[in-house]
Ligand binder design. Structure first.
Ligand SMILES: [Zn+2]
Length: 122
């Protein structure tokens, strides 16, 4: 089904955008030290993007539009999950204003899901 794939493709684009946003807002010192400019990210965030995209690629629920990489908590190792969580908290709200074309319900669903699952999952 076309729709299923589209939401997955969308997320693939969404991840780097959110992480870049987060990096710009939170890693000013690192960015400066590494000479990072524009829509580039610091090495830590670059790693996170790569990891998230890799996980997304491997996600067994890829075809299920209701479950995405951010919901599939099992596939993130704790360190990366915490980073992604921080990105979500930071960029999630800002996304609503700066990228209205992206599926808002998706982002909201994701955050809600994160909250409902809490930190209990290892
Ligand atoms: Zn960064």
């Amino acid at each position: 089904m076309k729709n299923e794939l589209r939401s997955w493709e969308k997320e693939k684009k969404l991840i780097p955008i959110m992480i870049i946003m987060y990096c710009k807002g939170n890693h000013k010192i690192e960015r400066k030290r590494q000479g990072v400019k524009g829509n580039d990210t610091c090495t830590e965030c670059k790693e996170l993007i790569e990891y998230a995209l890799f996980r997304l690629e491997k996600c067994p629920f890829k075809k299920n539009k209701k479950i995405c990489s951010f919901c599939n908590v099992h596939c993130y190792k704790p360190e990366m999950r915490n980073k992604v969580k921080a990105v979500m908290n930071y960029a999630g709200i800002r996304m609503l204003f700066s990228h209205p074309l992206f599926s808002l319900s998706h982002v909201i669903q994701m955050i809600k899901h994160k909250k409902s699952k809490g930190d209990k999952i290892k």
